[in-house]
Ligand binder design. Structure first.
Ligand SMILES: Cc1cc2nc3c(=O)[nH]c(=O)nc-3n(C[C@H](O)[C@H](O)[C@H](O)COP(=O)(O)OP(=O)(O)OC[C@H]3O[C@@H](n4cnc5c(N)ncnc54)[C@H](O)[C@@H]3O)c2cc1C
Length: 321
């Protein structure tokens, strides 16, 4: 298979491979949604709202769909260069994205009838071990009004199914792993959930907390809601703490103001697999946890049980890679 010898990072190089007419035809053929809103707290993080050409199907908070762009689209110049086989240039790359929410609109909680777009919270992956990241270097070139692919199906088992109105609910996330939690928290608050809710997010820098104000506001609005942030690389951070550390030490419960009692608590974990530590099963069906210890193992040790759709439990997780 012929490999296109040059890298595809600049608009000039990528568009040079196909004529403007061919690119227009490919976009016309594949793209089925429009960028309705785009906010970048900084160059590597964005909140993106997409308006599909089709009616948004019913879905549950916590679920995800796909976004896609053609390989013919340009990449941000700072991303790892990519080599494409000639037949790949006309294809579309798609990735999964959880549906997020900004929680507030015009000073009030967003109402279901106002949710006419899908919101996503996406970080730029500039380089990866193995194949160069294909989609985010292209998504970060988008502007409002641009077109893209949005998957027509919204799916996933990472939902609030099984959570009762008086349960304690804890959300643990790294980075953009808070996306599904934002939507789930909005749903809980809108539906009058009575139990306490906590959301913890671990990021490198404070600037990576795009939803901070929305959550601080929610803490004012709903007294038994807590938003706890951990930053690992801010200059003023003297002791680097990860979610696993505050879970293990008891600091998490102290800051939440309530205990992680497995008889009445659901824990949702999303994002980096190193934080989550999803176990595998050995031949005897025993759970084998990865090293270093992740949050799931710490919770199982405390009497929590991993949720499966056919065998319900109170630990729910979604790994992003
Ligand atoms: C169910 C599901 C939901 C997802 N929802 C989101 C979401 O809401 N927001 C989001 O930013 N990503 C999300 N992802 C990850 C997303 O699908 C892409 O993998 C990611 O955007 C990178 O795409 P890429 O093509 O640029 O690189 P890829 O080739 O897909 O990934 C290359 C590498 O980048 C790293 N990586 C992937 N995702 C992230 C991330 N979020 N943060 C840091 N490093 C990462 C991993 O090391 C991965 O191996 C989700 C993944 C799954 C499975």
């Amino acid at each position: 298979m012929a490999i296109v010898s040059h890298t595809l990072n600049t608009p000039d190089r990528s568009t040079a491979m196909l004529s403007p007419e061919e690119i227009a035809q490919l976009r016309q053929k594949y793209y089925n949604a429009t960028v309705a809103y785009l906010y970048k707290p900084h160059d590597e993080l964005m909140i993106l709202r997409v308006r599909p050409d089709f009616p948004i199907p019913p879905y549950k908070p916590g679920q995800y769909t796909t976004l896609g762009l053609g390989y013919w689209e340009p990449r941000v110049p700072e991303a790892q260069p990519e080599e494409l086989a000639e037949d790949q240039v006309r294809k579309v790359v798609r990735r999964a994205y959880s549906i997020s929410s900004s929680i507030w609109r015009d000073g009030d909680l967003i109402r279901p009838e106002d949710e006419t777009e899908l919101e996503f919270y996406i970080v730029l992956v500039k380089r990866a071990n193995g194949k160069p990241p294909a989609l985010t270097p292209r998504l970060f070139r988008l502007k409002e009004g641009d077109r893209l692919v949005c998957g027509p199906k919204i799916t996933g088992h990472y939902t609030l199914d099984g959570v009762q109105p008086d349960d304690r609910v804890l959300f643990l996330a790294t980075g953009t792993g808070e996306a599904p939690h934002n939507k789930m928290i909005l749903e809980l608050v809108r539906s009058g959930h009575r139990g306490p809710i906590g959301s913890v997010v671990c990021v490198r820098y404070s600037r990576d907390l795009a939803y901070l104000q929305a959550h601080r506001r929610l803490e004012q609005y709903r007294p038994n809601y807590r938003y706890i942030t951990l930053t690992t690389r801010d200059p003023e951070v003297r002791e680097k703490k990860y979610i696993q550390d505050i879970l293990r030490s008891g600091e998490l419960e102290e800051r939440l103001g309530w205990q992680l009692d497995p008889s009445c608590t659901h824990v949702f974990l999303c994002g980096n697999p190193a934080m989550i530590g999803p176990p595998k099963k050995d031949e005897q069906g025993n759970l084998v946890f990865p090293q270093p210890t992740g949050a799931v193992e710490l919770l199982v040790r405390r009497g929590f049980k991993i949720h499966h759709p056919k065998d319900p439990g109170n630990i729910h997780f979604e790994t992003y890679w």
